[in-house]
Design a protein. Structure first.
Length: 462
C-alpha cells in the first residue's frame, strides 16, 4: 500500500491560503490509505514561526503544508530547492496519486493562479479570504474556504457541466436579502431583519425583489462602499463563477440541500467582509489625502536612469493596513510604510512595472551588516523570491513586486535599517545618481557589494 503517515493535525503559516486549505481537504477526502488517524475534522492550525523542520514534525503527527521545507512545501529553502509550478495542493495530490483526476483540474488551475501568480477575482475563493482575515476569526475563514472547496469537488465529481446561469437566481435573491438586513435600519424596512425561515423563504421564493430593485428601494445605490459589490452584481456570470460568490452558493446548496442556511450564511460572510473592506479602504483614501496635505506623509519624486519620474509615498508609524492600497489608488508608484514597532513594507503599483530584485539584494546586504551577520552574499541568491538565509525577516514577492519586513503570515523581527536609509537605497536601486567610484570599479567602491547591473555594465565597458 505504500507509506502511511500518522496525522494529529495539519500546520501552516498564519492566515492560510486556499492552497493549504485545498491540500488539507484533499488529504481528508482522498487520504484514507495514506494517512492514519485523519478525520473530517482534522484541523489546519496556524503558526507564525519561520524555518520549521517539517520532516521532524511529521514524525510527531504534525503535517506541514506550505512550510517546513518538506514534502508539502513548494518554497525554496536553504536545504531544499524550489519546485516550479507546484504548490501545497498539487504536492498533496501527487502524493495521494490523484494529480490527474479530472474533477480536480479546474480547482488546481485556480489555486496555482492564486498561489503562484497572485491572480484572481476580488470575489473568488482564492482572493477574498485575504480580505476576510481582516474582519473574521481565522478558523472561521478556513471553514468558509473548506465549505467552498468541498462544494466545487462535489459538483465537478458529479459529471454535470457547470452552468454559470444556474447560480444567478440564488445569488441575486441572497444579495437582496443581505441588502435588506445590512441597511435594515432604514425607515423602509422598519428596522426589521430577515432571519431563519423568513430568510430561506425570501431566497427561494418567487415574488421578492431582486438585488438591484432592493438597492433602489433602500436608496443605497449611491453608497460608495456598496458600488464595488453592485458593479460585480451587474457583471455577467461566466465559467469562472464556479469559484466565486455568484456560483458557489448554488453549489453549496446542491451539496447539502437539507441545510439551505449553510449556503446563505456562506454568501453573507463573503459580502460582509467585502463591504467592510471597501468601507475601510475609502476611509483610508480620505486619510491618505488629508495626511499628505498636513505633511504627515512625505511624497518624493525620483527619476530613474531613463529619466522616468517615480512618485513615492513614505508613511511613518503607519497603523492602517489599507494605507498602502490607498496610496497606490491615489497615483503613487511606490509606497514605503513603517509600522510600529518598526516593520517596513515596500509596495509598488503594478501599472508602474517596477522591478525590486536589485533593491531586495541591497536591503538584504544592509540588513546583514546591521545585524552583524554574514550568511548570503551571492548577488544572484540575494535577488531570489521569498527569503534567503541570514535575512529571513525580508520577504521578496516577485509577482506583486513587494518587499515585506514582517507579514501577517509570519512573525519576524523589525528591520534594523533606518527608514531614511531604506529610502536612499530605493533611490539608488531605481537608478538615481551614478556609481560612486571614479576609477577601476573595484571593491573599494561603496556600491560594489550590491552587484548592481549598471555597475556590471560599466565594468565590462572598461
Amino acid at each position: 500500500m505504500g507509506e502511511v503517515i500518522p496525522v494529529r493535525w495539519f500546520l501552516t503559516h498564519k492566515r492560510p491560503d486556499i492552497d493549504e486549505e485545498v491540500a488539507r481537504c484533499l488529504a481528508i477526502l482522498f487520504g484514507e490509505k495514506h494517512f492514519s488517524g485523519i478525520t473530517p475534522g482534522t484541523e489546519l492550525r496556524e503558526c507564525g514561526i519561520p524555518n520549521l523542520d517539517g520532516k521532524a514534525a511529521e514524525k510527531t503527527g504534525v503535517i506541514m503544508l506550505g512550510i517546513g521545507q518538506h514534502r508539502f512545501d513548494e518554497h525554496t529553502g536553504a536545504d531544499m530547492p524550489g519546485r516550479p509550478g507546484e504548490c501545497a495542493a498539487t504536492l498533496m495530490a501527487r502524493f495521494l496519486g490523484i494529480l490527474d483526476m479530472p474533477a480536480l483540474q479546474r480547482l488546481f488551475a485556480l489555486v496555482k493562479a492564486n498561489d503562484l501568480h497572485g491572480q484572481g477575482s476580488p470575489f473568488d475563493i482564492g482572493t477574498l479570504p485575504k480580505t476576510m482575515y481582516e474582519f473574521m476569526d481565522g478558523k472561521d475563514v478556513v471553514s468558509w474556504m473548506d465549505t467552498a472547496v468541498r462544494a466545487v469537488i462535489h459538483a465537478e465529481s458529479s459529471g454535470k457541466p457547470f452552468d454559470p446561469q444556474e447560480g444567478l437566481y440564488m445569488f441575486d435573491r441572497t444579495v437582496a436579502a443581505w441588502l435588506y438586513n445590512t441597511f435594515g435600519e432604514k425607515e423602509t424596512t422598519g428596522g426589521k431583519v430577515l432571519d431563519g425561515d423568513e430568510l430561506v423563504k425570501y431566497v427561494f421564493g418567487s415574488k421578492q425583489l431582486v438585488a438591484t430593485d432592493m438597492a433602489k428601494t433602500l436608496s443605497v445605490e449611491e453608497d460608495k462602499a456598496l458600488q464595488f459589490i453592485l458593479k460585480y452584481l451587474r457583471a455577467p456570470a461566466n465559467g469562472e463563477s464556479m469559484f466565486d460568490l455568484k456560483g458557489l452558493p448554488a453549489l453549496i446548496y446542491a451539496m447539502d440541500p437539507q441545510d439551505p442556511m449553510k449556503a446563505i450564511n456562506w454568501l453573507f460572510a463573503g459580502l460582509n467582509a467585502k463591504f467592510q473592506d471597501q468601507t475601510t479602504f475609502l476611509e483610508a483614501v480620505e486619510k491618505f489625502k488629508a495626511d499628505v496635505v498636513a505633511g504627515k506623509i512625505e511624497i518624493k519624486e525620483v527619476r530613474t536612469s531613463r529619466g522616468r519620474k517615480i512618485k513615492i509615498a513614505i508613511i511613518n508609524n503607519c497603523t492602517n493596513r489599507q494605507m498602502n492600497k490607498a496610496g497606490r489608488y491615489c497615483g503613487m508608484d511606490m509606497v514605503i510604510q513603517r509600522q510600529l514597532p518598526g516593520h517596513v513594507q515596500i509596495f509598488t503599483n503594478k501599472a508602474s512595472r517596477l522591478d525590486l530584485s536589485e533593491l531586495a539584494a541591497m536591503i538584504r546586504i544592509e540588513e546583514q551588516k546591521a545585524t552583524g551577520q554574514s550568511v548570503t552574499w551571492n548577488w544572484n541568491q540575494l535577488r531570489l523570491e521569498g527569503t534567503v538565509p541570514g535575512v529571513t525577516n525580508w520577504f521578496y514577492h516577485r509577482e506583486g513586486q513587494m518587499l515585506l519586513n514582517g507579514t501577517p503570515k509570519l512573525d519576524q523581527p523589525a528591520t534594523k535599517i533606518l527608514l531614511s536609509k531604506i529610502l536612499w537605497l530605493v533611490e539608488i536601486a531605481l537608478g538615481q545618481g551614478d556609481v560612486s567610484c571614479e576609477g577601476s570599479c573595484n571593491k573599494s567602491c561603496a556600491w560594489h557589494a550590491w552587484g548592481l547591473d549598471r555597475c556590471h555594465q560599466r565594468r565590462h565597458q572598461r
